[in-house]
Ligand binder design. Structure first.
Ligand code: CA
Length: 257
């Protein structure tokens, strides 16, 4: 059965549309009436990301001459305009899984989460996310306004979710000591964060960061306020600064520049 020409088999979502050639697949079994083709996860992900094969009503097959009988006679092609609907269908019932969680302070999309299969963008609920530091045993929850932008890219590898977080949330991280190093950065995923194309929900879990990129931008001084009665000088910075490392001797007060 190694004579099967996979690229001459097409999978489509209706009896009238052109199909996707079957790639990344293998055949198992003997020369027989029944041939089992194992469709690889990359091809399955392509089908899911295109919305194909999400139900029996969206599962069709058509083909060119992809196989021969034992005498060498090739099978007659079946045009995709007359594609055959599958007679048996088993929906995806497996929950998606996380394959990577990255945190990047120097990028506008600070958080990226990769899953092993395409997901439905409309299912995303960022308000069940929190970030956690095992060093300080502190977590910072994500509020509804804290994710300023999110993107979803579904492809053969699965799905890549990108989240841009608000300045307010970034400041909360800095003040709580969360996600300031690989050791202090994990994401706490609650129930119902995201579902796959068949509605299976990603299980709640705690995931440590895989790739961590620190902030390399220097803080700047935005404002200085002086109270001549109390004797306090108040310095306001563009981002939280580490008060333990504050060098008072490095600040000079003067009458004119
Ligand atoms: Ca699944």
């Amino acid at each position: 059965m190694s004579s099967i020409l996979f690229a001459a088999i097409y999978l489509s979502d209706s009896a009238s549309s052109s199909g996707l050639p079957l790639v990344n697949s293998s055949v198992s079994g003997q020369n027989d009436f029944v041939v089992n083709i194992h469709v690889g996860s990359e091809m399955l992900n392509v089908l899911k990301s295109r919305g194909f094969y999400l139900s029996q009503n969206r599962s069709f097959i058509c083909f060119d001459s992809f196989v021969r009988d034992m005498f060498g006679n090739a099978i007659s092609p079946l045009a995709c305009t007359h594609a055959l609907q599958v007679s048996g269908y088993q929906a995806d019932a497996i929950q998606p899984d996380i394959t990577a969680f990255d945190f990047n302070w120097s990028s506008s999309a600070k958080v990226t989460i990769r899953l092993d299969e395409p997901i439905a963008a409309s299912s995303i609920n960022v308000s069940v996310l929190a970030f956690f530091s095992a060093l300080t045993n502190t977590s910072v929850a994500v509020g509804p306004a804290d994710v300023t932008n999110f993107s979803v890219a579904n492809d053969a590898l699965g799905s890549l979710i990108g989240l841009s977080i608000s300045e307010t949330l970034a400041d909360s991280f800095a003040l709580a000591g969360v996600c300031l190093s690989p050791q202090s950065c994990a994401v706490l995923i609650g129930d119902d964060f995201v579902a796959d194309m068949s509605g299976n929900i990603l299980p709640a879990q705690l995931v440590a960061v895989d790739n961590f990129v620190a902030d390399s931008t220097a803080p700047s001084l935005i404002n200085v306020e002086v109270d001549m009665d109390s004797g306090y000088v108040t310095l306001i910075f563009s981002e939280p600064v580490d008060a333990a490392n504050f060098a008072v001797s490095g600040v000079q007060l003067q009458a004119a520049p």
